[in-house]
Write a protein that binds this ligand. Structure first.
Ligand code: NAD
Ligand code: UDP
Ligand code: UDP
Length: 346
């Protein structure tokens, strides 16, 4: 207790990750909406370590304080509990606008809220960017291509989205977010960047996130049946989170203003993916079972990343095996904590 009190009194410095010192001329104030979520918290880490001031705004719908708690108390860090559907008045030089549920079961749970977050929330962030003259990056998604008729998907493809299906709240919400970004750019001269993010995975995904990577890893670690939805012939291409974060940073810094695909073009069927994960978990006794298909599930997805390579000089570095190994290690740790807390995660 004495040691803990000493930390509070400032006699023992907190053990923060290493932060570069930036002079005031180079130090930016950066707002990250959804910064307590999976992708956002990794982005916050890099921005903090580069020496910037970071303001995280999050309503903790799917994010957790724990994802950013290692920065609590740091002079460059601020956490605001706020729902971006409501106006927000803060000052910033740059905005990374990531707030939105991202996992299908989460965004389908309250479709109206998902639409509000992506439309009203995005209007508020663009209004804020306009007022303070900040550059804003919108986290869009490969879902704007819907169940694509063109493969792989280049940015020039307009997509194939069911406007009234179960995924529409998210897909159409993000499509409007893109439209809003370019309308504010044209009419109000707001400087915008649009990242079309493809399936991303890594540590800090929630154990009950519901997306395929966390589901399959949790099932494999507990020797439970690995649940493939549909026949498993549908494909996805998975990007490790640190690669995505590098891509987002490169996009913000670049002069390229049109949407850019950020993702890893290595494509697998979901059936193959189940086996890859099973094989990476030593001694796993899970079986792989196919089940009912999900309505409107996109059948093929792979990014064409020629624009990111050319304009951002970016391409993913982390292989699927390496990324999955790191993610499995993280989930192992989470699982031991979960058991310890009697199946409650916080
Ligand atoms: P996540 O659910 O872990 O993070 C989203 C964060 O936004 C959470 O912290 C959540 O609490 C917060 N949030 C949601 N609604 C909010 C609101 N109304 N006000 C304030 N905060 C709110 O998801 P993620 O995977 O980190 O996704 C981050 C962004 O990237 C999202 O915009 C998502 O659409 C986009 N994206 C992610 C992927 C992926 O594979 N991870 C793919 C495509 C696009
Ligand atoms: N807004 C905000 N923070 C700001 C500036 C604006 O949340 O710092 C919100 C504001 O509430 C408005 C929205 O952003 O509803 C759009 O702003 P804009 O200036 O485009 O529109 P207006 O204020 O004229 O409606
Ligand atoms: N999927 C699956 N089992 C699961 C979760 C997902 O087979 O437990 C499938 C899902 O039907 C989709 C793919 O895996 O075809 C990717 O799903 P996810 O929810 O991760 O992301 P999406 O790309 O669909 O948004």
């Amino acid at each position: 207790l004495e040691k803990k009190l000493a930390v509070l009194e400032g006699r023992i410095p907190q053990n923060y990750p290493e932060v570069k010192y930036l002079g005031y001329k180079h130090r930016k104030r950066i707002l990250v909406t959804g910064g307590a979520g999976f992708v956002g918290s990794h982005l916050v880490d890099v921005l903090m370590m580069r020496g910037h001031e970071v303001i995280v705004v999050d309503n903790f719908f799917t994010g957790r304080k724990r994802n950013v708690e290692h920065w609590f108390g740091h002079r460059n860090f601020e956490l605001i509990h706020h729902d971006i559907v409501n106006p927000l008045y803060v000052e910033a030089d740059e905005i990374y606008h990531l707030a939105s549920p991202a996992s299908p079961p989460h965004y389908m749970q309250n479709p109206v809220k998902t639409i509000k977050t992506n439309t009203l929330g995005t209007i508020n962030m663009l209004g804020l960017a306009r007022r303070v003259g900040a550059k804003i990056l919108i986290a869009s998604t490969s879902e704007v291509y819907g169940d694509p008729m063109v493969h792989p998907q280049p940015e020039s493809y307009w997509g194939h989205v069911n406007p009234i299906g179960p995924r529409a709240c998210y897909d159409e919400g993000k499509r409007v977010a893109e439209t809003l970004a370019y309308s504010y750019a044209k009419q109000e001269k707001v400087v915008v960047r649009v990242a079309r993010i493809f399936n991303t995975y890594g540590p800090r995904m929630h154990v009950s996130d519901g997306r395929v990577v966390s589901n399959f890893i949790m099932q494999a670690l507990q020797n439970l049946t690995i649940t493939v939805y549909g026949n498993g012939k549908q494909t996805r291409s998975f990007c490790y989170v640190s690669d995505l974060v590098d891509g987002l940073l490169a996009l913000m810094e670049s002069t390229y203003t049109l949407p850019v695909n950020i993702g890893n073009p290595v494509e697998h069927t979901i059936e193959e993916f189940a086996v890859i994960i099973k094989d990476l978990v030593p001694g796993c006794r899970s079986t792989v079972a196919t089940g009912a298909a999900v309505e409107d599930d996109p059948q093929r997805r792979r990014p064409d990343i020629a624009i990111a390579e050319k304009h951002l000089h970016w391409s993913p570095k982390i292989s699927l095996q390496e990324g999955l190994q790191r993610t499995i290690d993280y989930f192992k740790e989470e699982l031991s904590r979960t058991t310890f807390y009697n199946n409650q995660t916080y």
